[in-house]
Design a protein around this ligand. Structure first.
Ligand code: BES
Ligand code: MN
Length: 466
């Protein structure tokens, strides 16, 4: 292991170059216009997998999916098999004028590496491959068996991933899962994520007429679809109280006292957060009365209008609009059932429509499941120990307000294999936003921790990881 750690130090620039090569390709999955680039990051990831010393490397697809890069190393008989996950697709670069350097050119500034995908999630590909190469280029042997999958459609909801798992079930079967797509609570504080929220999203269509009408004729006499929609959405305003949707909290799992105490001990700097996102001075936080920020975003449901359309400002004219549409996204938490939440939202949105307009609620995409595990047992001990030494800081167990829908189903497919969620983002990473970046110090510490994690897991038997 010592040799592997030294290799990481000596080869850091080489690893960063590999990351720069990945970042240089705009593998945006959200607009459907960059499939050629996603093919290229899949191929490049496969090449980097081979260079790192993985075997049987290939690019796979299931049906019309975007490409998955897959590689393995299975020469440690009797040792646990570790499934590694990251994704090579990225978010678009909207708000382009706010980027301080080319999003597709990895740029070092103030101890960080800037570029779209540097943190979410190409940095994780490089970190995992760095840890693998560290062993393969020194002792040649890894302490565990590896099966590594790098997905190309995570940012569009991993539409085919469960299918991929089903098709390749025997090939990918592993004893423990390591998902590298989450964040550390703060720079320098290694964090293991033990809960994720899920998503139920709906499209709300409001219709008042078949065609728009000159507002000089109909204005005042006709129901305005945009106002009707926004009246309905306005009923959701929660101030600092729970969301006003009937029954929404009935299934929400209560925080244990131990969890509450642990959450309260975690660092949170509200003033800094405000400043980082440029929250306007007059705006207040919308947190429920009496709740800690983490309890709110990790373990309470939330509602967000992620899009709204009635007519465009460019080309607007004096018309009473007959149709208005919104996408409403609900993050769900343990133990909410997606079907129940869908029914609750539908009932809320369709009740008593203004002027009796027509309101149609349809699911927007398949629901994403929440996930939660008990962060104890040999695999977690192995990870916590590795991170403690790798970061030279006590690790913390955290929740996550975001979603990674496959974690639960994959763990089940492997008969309840433990899932270790450890990532490379931090609160200043600006994932999905302009000036995304990776903290280079934490990047090194994560690779160091992964080398130690493989070593720790190698001391366990395949059955002994749970
Ligand atoms: N890396 C994120 C998940 C995440 C979010 C980790 C916040 C840490 C903090 C992941 O890439 C992501 O954005 N997931 C989507 C899933 C959706 C498309 C189903 C999400 O949470 O919106
Ligand atoms: Mn991600």
């Amino acid at each position: 292991m010592k040799a592997a750690l030294d290799w990481l130090t000596r080869n850091h620039e080489r690893i960063v170059h590999g990351l720069a090569d990945l970042v240089a390709i705009p593998s945006i999955s959200t607009d459907g216009e960059h499939h050629a680039e996603i093919d290229r990051t899949a191929t490049l990831t496969a090449t980097q997998m081979r260079d790192a010393g993985l075997h049987n490397v290939d690019v796979f697809r299931v049906g019309h999916s975007l490409p998955y890069a897959y590689g393995e190393w299975l020469e440690a008989p009797g040792k646990p098999t570790v499934f590694l996950y990251a994704h090579h697709d990225v978010q678009p670069t909207n708000y382009a004028e706010q980027w301080q350097s080319d999003p597709w050119k990895l740029t070092r500034r103030n101890g960080r590496l800037f570029g779209r995908g540097s943190a979410d999630d190409k940095g994780a590909i490089s970190a995992l491959l760095g840890a693998i190469a560290a062993y393969r280029k020194t002792s040649n042997q890894l302490p565990v068996n590896i099966k590594m999958l790098v997905e190309g459609e995570e940012e569009v909801g991993s539409k085919n991933l469960l299918k991929f798992f089903e098709v390749h079930r025997d090939r990918i079967k592993s004893d423990v899962i390591v998902v590298c797509d989450t964040e550390n609570i703060e720079i320098g504080i290694p964090s293991i994520t033990y809960s994720l929220r899920g998503i139920v999203a709906v499209q709300v269509d409001v219709t008042s007429a078949r065609i728009p009408v000159h507002s000089g004729m109909g204005g005042g006499g006709l129901p305005d679809a945009a106002i009707a929609l926004n009246t309905i959405l306005g009923r959701l305003y929660w101030g600092n109280a729970p969301l006003p949707v009937d029954g929404l909290y009935d299934q929400v799992r209560k925080l244990t006292d131990v969890e509450r105490q642990a959450f309260r001990k975690l660092p949170f700097d509200g003033a800094k957060f405000r400043n980082d996102i440029g929250m306007v001075p007059t705006a207040r936080f919308a947190t429920e009365q009496g709740l800690n920020e983490y309890e709110q975003t990790w373990r309470r449901p939330s509602l967000t209008v992620i899009a709204q359309e009635a007519s465009s400002i460019k080309g607007a004219s004096n018309q009473v609009l007959p149709k208005a549409t919104a996408l409403l996204s609900c993050r769900i938490v343990p133990d909410q059932e997606p079907e129940t939440v869908l029914a609750q939202l539908t009932a809320f949105l369709t009740k008593d429509p203004p002027w009796g307009v027509e309101v149609k609620v349809t699911p927007h995409g398949p629901p994403v499941k929440w996930w939660m595990t008990d962060p104890n047992g040999p695999a977690f001990e192995a990870a916590l120990g590795a991170m403690r030494t790798g970061f030279d800081h006590d690790p913390v167990a955290i929740g996550c307000g975001g979603s990674i829908g496959f974690v639960g189903p994959l763990s089940e497919l492997f008969g309840g294999a433990p899932a270790l969620l450890m990532g490379i983002e931090d609160p200043a990473s600006n994932a999905h936003a302009p000036n995304e970046s990776l903290h280079e110090g934490d990047f090194k510490k994560l690779m160091n921790s992964l080398v130690r994690l493989f070593d720790n897991l190698g001391k366990l038997t395949p059955a002994g990881v749970r």
